[in-house]
Ligand binder design. Sequence first.
Ligand code: G3P
Length: 231
Amino acid sequence: MKFFLDTANLDEIRQGVSFGVIDGITTNPTLVAKEKRPFREHVIEICNIVKNGEVSAEVVATDTAGILRQAREIATWHPNVIVKVPTIPDGVRALSVLSKEGIRVNMTLVFSAPQALLVAKAGAYFVSPFLGRLDDIASDGLVLLREIMDIYKAYNYPTQVLAASLRHPLHVVSAARMGAHIGTMPYKVFEQLFKHPLTDRGLEGFLKDWEKARETLGDVFEPAPARNPTR
Ligand code: G3P
């Protein structure tokens, strides 16, 4: 499964990319608005940080003509930009046109299997079911993901399933078990994936034992080079 970070924060993106396991970024108007920077420049900067990764940037128009105009503009910003469009009737109409023009579209705010079926038929590049927001209203987001995976498999739709609104590591694991192509998660959830108390406790024990026997072990490793204080 590909890992995307669901953030527009450059520090989080740089930090995430440093691990070498981040395949792309998703943003939405709320996340971009938090950064208080010009939209176009910000998206291009994100693309340059994630290098070969795909970066979703969302339109804010809600009528077909406006969505088409904004989507065509966003698509020129960088070769790795994926245009995000809301799954409303005007959005699906725009998607049908954009997909024929070769513009890759991430259909967002998907909350039902019929919506996912519609966007696959209209040529979506990604479909983004929001798991956490369904859980928030006491509906099971993972049930929706299962339905989408089954339907897409039955018809071999090329649309990639991007599990979104992931709120905790178990969402990530469940999405991976179902074969979702991508999971997008906030930086906090990404950090949680690393954690296990037994890893920390185990390492602490290993290092304590090593120190206790230090003098008998020889100088195997070169000491770390001193840092240059002027840099
Ligand atoms: O970016 C779309 C989606 O992942 C939003 O997640 O946590 O705001 O429901 P959340």
